[in-house]
Ligand binder design. Sequence first.
Ligand code: PMV
Length: 407
Amino acid sequence: TMAEERALAMVTCTAPVNIAVIKYWGKRDNDLILPINSSLSVTLHQDQLKTTTTAAASRDFTEDRLWLNGEEADVGHPRLQACLREVRRLARKRRGGSAEDAAPLSLSYKIHIATENNFPTAAGLASSAAGYACLVSALARLYGVEGELSEVARRGSGSACRSMLGGFVQWQRGERPDGRDSLAHQVAPETHWPELRVLVLVVRDCGGEGHGCIHHPPAGWDLGGGCWEPPSPHRAEVVVPERLALMMRHIRERDFEGFGQLTMQDSNQFHATCLDTFPPIFYLNDLSRQIIALAHRFNAHHGRTKVAYTFDAGPNAVIFTLADTVAEFMEVVRRSFPPATNGDQFVRGLPVGSASLPEELVAAVVTEPVPGAVRYILHTKPGPGPQLLDDPSQHLLGADGLPRRCP
Ligand code: PMV
């Protein structure tokens, strides 16, 4: 006989942020979120940056509900609904195929979702990728769906499909109009390049403390991979395919100079594309440009590419470097952008050794200091894909299905 349906089920997952080194920008299908070009990213370690999501389904819930960082939010968001619909569709398909589930969770139960970031949302760090990857991971576990899920995460936010995997990840643009081949896959695991490090330079808030630093264009401009096709097809047709092949080789060979140089070039081309959109989009600000100039002076002084910057839809810089360069570059950043207050909180994440800078390096690289320009620096490295948390004490929802009160 068929086992009785479960009354309450709850699952908690975590998912990572990813940073593209070959950027996704421009969609060929706005609803399915199909990109104009393939892209490639590095998944960051969840010890430093992660989203945690608890999904629960119960016979006793009367409506679908969502909480973001403790605040109730609109569950009707079309992208969120698309993810929910797709996971349920896969669950239905799977159940149709086999009846091995002892206690299937009814697909008609209402769900409660709570999600939290371990990094300040106001920092302006892209959180939609980790957010949707986490949502899809948790829902899939809740409904017992396995296998290819990057396609579902993509429906939430394009870059989210790359957060479904750890290490170095490619999102293949695909050819099909239905998007079934627009998927993410791992190019190399996070253990592939143990020396690679990532520094996130969170720059000064535009609107003052507590205001958040959401550097989005005015309301109505549909962001997220851009709603308009870029003005020239040259990038998608010629530049990206060549760069992807080259980038894969640099990663395979752990060639930091090649990797770093191409990362900077592709970031610059992405921002040039934004500028060449009409009306134009500005993501970089004066501080971003000062960090770019600093990185180039640092590399020029050393006579090779030792640090590489990249920027997404905001002014915060992400720096790739190798472990043996972190302490020195960190000291250069500290001298250039001395902390305004809280000097002890300036560097966060993985520990950083101390470095004393040679005089000629200071003279060549550090210009007039700009105090307070960089709020803090997060030191991290490549990491794994989404994780399931087994410990029930880590659920964000209590047994009543409501957010647990923060201690
Ligand atoms: O995931 P979306 O739709 O928010 O697009 C993000 C695109 C960039 O972050 C700017 C580049 C990328 O490939 O991640």
